[in-house]
Write a new protein. Sequence first.
Length: 137
Amino acid sequence: MDEGFGVLTAALAGAPGLRPAPEGGWGPFEVVSHLNGWHLLSARRLLQIARGEGASSPPSDDEANACFVADRRHLSADALLAELESSFATLKDAVASVPAREFWLGLHGELDSLAHFIAAANSYEHYAEHLGDLKTP
């Protein structure tokens, strides 16, 4: 997770100015807003697993993404990046709270555990998916 986050933050250092795209647009500001939201939602789901409750189902991707971006449109670039650092720390803390027995990597056609899937899909795998979105168009 740390390595992937390092690659992401390095890419952000070279990204164009972080400011909201015109309504309905998708640029670096929206990507970071989206990542922040998924960090926090994933942390809540992992904490549910840690408590033995099972993870709640997430909202639809489109619904969640729209909320994540709308909730952050008022933030300055510095505030958005500070939230990125904070939300990543929250996700890491949540991962650390989940018992090791809840994490497994699927082998031979098996699926990964839900905890592993949530952590990977919403950190390093997610960052790699969006690195191209951080480049100047």
